[in-house]
Write a protein that binds this ligand. Sequence first.
Ligand SMILES: [Zn+2]
Length: 545
Amino acid sequence: MLKLKFYLAVAALLSAVYLNGQYNRAPFRPKIIVGMVVDQMRWDYLYKFQDRYTEGGFKRLIREGFSCENTHIDYAPTITACGHTSVYTGSVPAIHGIIGNSWYDRISGNTVGCVDDNKVQLVGSSASRTGQSPHRNLATTITDQLRIATNFQSKTVGVAIKDRASILPAGHTATAAFWLDSEEGNFVSSTFYMDRLPDWAVKFNRSKRIDAYYKKGWNTLFPLSSYVLSTADDKAYENTANGEAKPVFPRKLSQFIGKNYGAVKNTPYGNTLTFEFAKAAIEGYNLGRGKVTDFLAVSFSSPDAIGHIYGPNSVEMEDNYLRLDRELSQFFEYLDKKFGKDNYLYFLTADHGVSESPGFFLENRMPSGAVSGKELNQAITTALQEQLGIPDPVLAIANSQIYMNWEALDKKITDRRRVTDIIVSALRKLPGIADVLPSETLSAASVPELTKRMLINGYNAKRSGDYMIVLQPAWVMGSAKGATHGTWYTYDAHIPLVWMGWRIQPGYTNKPVGMTAIAPTLAALLHIQAPGASVGEVITEITVP
Ligand SMILES: [Zn+2]
């Protein structure tokens, strides 16, 4: 007995020494966590343009940080709202319920926006308008968990141009979330968080930065001929934006001064604006200055807008990343100065990647194409009308899922498998469709395990559609112009994940890491409870240095 007591005492002492050793290297927790999501940033962009990246931006992140090089999204559809929610909850749409930016709601019979909330009002807008909140996210976020762990002393703030990219990461208990109201060109919030904007935000809005950006216009950072990693500036498979006749440089923006504030999102100035507001929020809320850790969740929406319009191989996209790199470098300098290099924990990731433009694939003799929801709807409707005599069998097609009008169908048939057979054989005939799978029996489908697992993780029984459409590689749902994302393929699912700052030793791993690892890893680093619905594995390479 005495012996046992002795061993226990030694063990306790050793673990105390070990823990002390660990804690001595850096403070118990960082002053602030800055989580950065770059909307539509594919993993390869960390490296693609590195010849002209600065030493202080993405290159510094790779040099001083720890990169999880093989980070993949754990589910499909790979879409903005799902990505931001999964990063911060450590969970998947099957559980947190954010299955798309919007989806068809069977109860109301309408399409609902993921953050739209008719119980709250917009704050910071001159007119009374319906606002937004995280009420449709069924899980807690790492930001919520930090608030709970500190008995709500931690401040947690979300910032982005897109409402969902600010609101979903900031969590249910957020101090505040801000996003850009493109009608008036102001950062706004909602009564879910506050009754009026803080004075510093009002002051920021009064500075009318967007008009100043518009005055400058958008030209390339370097001579156009030096953009050798992109296609020619004018390609037929690019879209155009903001009323431009051709998708080419230089771009005049002065015609938008005092109006069309939404146009800023389609230029790299959207990033500039987001950095400026993020810094204003750090100053305004005095983040990282209290006794406990604060959390700033910031997301950059412009890379997604630019990618959708011009595609990942455009000069516009290259210029966006060269500029973002320079601004990131300045932001790191700001954080260094403000908090000290080792006192902030920073991570960069993305909500999803992107496919090359179908036109780009085809031009270079790779198989690709586009199929529209309308074509699919037409094919299903015709087949079911002809074979079962049912006029309107489809309620909606959203997020590559088909919602069926079972009320009408069940009156005509006794076995739903008959409907499935008709739909599957009709859609398999269409070019670009790999298969159509009934959602409720995904686990029995004859598709590769990875595809199956991702689709099951993306399927929420109450909110998702009855059938899942699986596209062939490099095919997109929607337009053949520009580019998009949403599938399970690696171009949509392989994202960057790099950590830097407090307690992070430089390094990298090529081990597979899920997007859902981010929240539980943060919880492990902070020694707080992970979000209840998190399913990801802790990245032990960084938690145990
Ligand atoms: Zn997008």
